[in-house]
Design a binder for this molecule. Sequence first.
Ligand SMILES: Cc1cc2nc3c(=O)[nH]c(=O)nc-3n(C[C@H](O)[C@H](O)[C@H](O)COP(=O)(O)OP(=O)(O)OC[C@H]3O[C@@H](n4cnc5c(N)ncnc54)[C@H](O)[C@@H]3O)c2cc1C
Length: 474
Amino acid sequence: MSSALSVTAGTRRAVDTARLGRLLRDICGPSHVKTDADALAPYGHDETHGLTPIPPDAVVLPGNTREVAEVMRACASLELPVVPRGAGTGRSGGCVPAHGGVVVALTRMAAVNEIDPSDGVAVVEPGVILGAFQQRVEAEGWFYPPDPASLADCTLGGNVAENAGGPRAVKYGVTRDYLLGLEAVLPTGETVRMGRRSQKGVAGYDLAGLMCGSEGTLAILTSLTLRIIPRPPVVQTGVMAFASAQDAARTVTAVLARGIRPRTLEYLDALTLDAVRPLGGYAFPADARAALIIEADGVSEDAVWEELRRAAEVATAHGAQEVVLAQDEAQRRRIWDTRHKLSAATRQLTGHKVSEDVVVPRGRVPEMVARLAATGERHGLRVGAFGHAGDGNLHVQVIFNDPVAQKAQVEACLREVTVEALQLGGSVSGEHGVGLAKRALLELEQGPEVIALQKRIKAAFDPRGILNPGKVFP
Ligand SMILES: Cc1cc2nc3c(=O)[nH]c(=O)nc-3n(C[C@H](O)[C@H](O)[C@H](O)COP(=O)(O)OP(=O)(O)OC[C@H]3O[C@@H](n4cnc5c(N)ncnc54)[C@H](O)[C@@H]3O)c2cc1C
C-alpha cells in the first residue's frame, strides 16, 4: 500500500447497531445519533483524493465534554473504535473510520467562549469554524493567523489535530504556534487539561504541543485556548507572473534569502494556471507559465509598500513578466478566491488526481520544482504543483484518466515524488498529516526506533488501541 488509491477497510468488529444506537441516544439525545446507512455515508470519507469511503457503524454528535467522556467510556467498554471528526476537510483520511466503530463529530460544540485581549487569548470549543472565528477575532481588532485554504469549512479542533498551516505560515507559523492549552477526553474516558493560559510556561512535558498534529489518535479535544495577536492594520496583495516555473521558484528562494518577510508567497505552476483560467476569477496573463501570490502586512503603508517594492525588484531580476498589486479589496478578494479554487480546478482537468503534500527546505524549492517535471516525464503523467512555496510546502498534483488501469503508474510516481522531497531534506507531509493515506510513506522518513517510540506514546494514552485505530503508523 503506498497511496490513498490503495487504502482498504481494516477489520471490523460485528456490532449490534440497534443496541449501540440506544446506548448513544441515552447519552446525547435521540436527535444527535445516526445509524441509518444514508446518514452514515457522508462520515465515511474526507477530502482525500482517491480514497474509497469506509462508513462507520454509528455517528454521534455530543453537545458538551461530559457527553464526549460518556461516549468514550461506553465505546471503551464495548471495545469499539472511536474516531473524532471535525468538518471532514482532511486530506489524508484522518477522520475516516478505517475499522468502523463510532464517529464522534464535534460540530455541535461550536461556542467561542472568550476573546480576551488582556491575556491575548481566545477560548473555543473544537467545532468552531476557522473562518467564522477569524472574522470574530478581527472584528475586535485581533488576529488569528493560521489559514488553511479550507477555512470556510474546517474546524479549530481539526486544525489542532492536524497542526494545520496555510499561506500565512511563511510569516506567522502554524497552528502549534497559537495553541496554549486545551481540555481533552482521553481514550480511557478521563477528562484532562493540558498546557496553560499564560503566554509562557514550561512546567512538565509539552503535552498540549503533543496533541497538536496527533491526528485524533491520542485524545478527543473538547476545548482550546488559543493565542491571538494584534491585527496588522495594513495588508497589500500582489501577483507576480513568470514565463517559467524555475523563474518563479528562484524568486521564492531569493526573496526570503534577502530577509524580506511577506506574509504569503504562494506558488502556481503552468498546470495550475491552465486549470484555473477557465473558471474566470483573477486573470493571470495568458502567456504566464507560473505565478506567485505575494502579500505583505504591517503597521504602516510605507513599510508594507517598501517590502513589496523590494520583493518586486527581486522578481524582476529573476525574469518576472509583470508584478501587479491589487487595486482594491475586491481585487484582493478575487485573487484569494481564485487561490482557494486551485485544488478543485486541477481535479476537473480529467476528473482524477492524487495529490502529495510534500515539503522541502525553502532553499531547495527550485530543485524540487525541476525534479517534479522530470518525475512526471519519466512516468508519463501530468504532474504539477501549487502551494505554500515560501515554506517549501508544495501540493503536488498527479493527474490521470483511469484510476484502475493507471494505479501502479500513479503510485510509482507519487512514491518517487516523496523520495525526491526526502532526498532534498524534506518531509512526506508539510501540513496534511499522515492519516490513512500516507502510512506506508512514514517509514521512508523515520527510522524504526522513532516509529516504535511514537507507538509507545500512543499505547500510554490509548492502551486498548480504540481511538482512531489504523492511522499514522504503517
Ligand atoms: C480545499 C482544501 C484546502 C486545504 N488547505 C489546507 C491548507 O492550506 N493547509 C492545511 O494545513 N490544510 C489544508 N487542508 C486540509 C484540512 O482542511 C485541514 O487538515 C483541517 O485542519 C482539517 O480540519 P477538519 O475540521 O475538516 O478536520 P477533519 O478532516 O474532520 O479531521 C482531521 C483530523 O483531525 C481529527 N480531529 C478532528 N477534530 C478533532 C477533535 N476535536 N479532537 C481530536 N481529533 C480531532 C480527526 O480524527 C482527523 O484525524 C485543506 C483541505 C481542503 C479540502
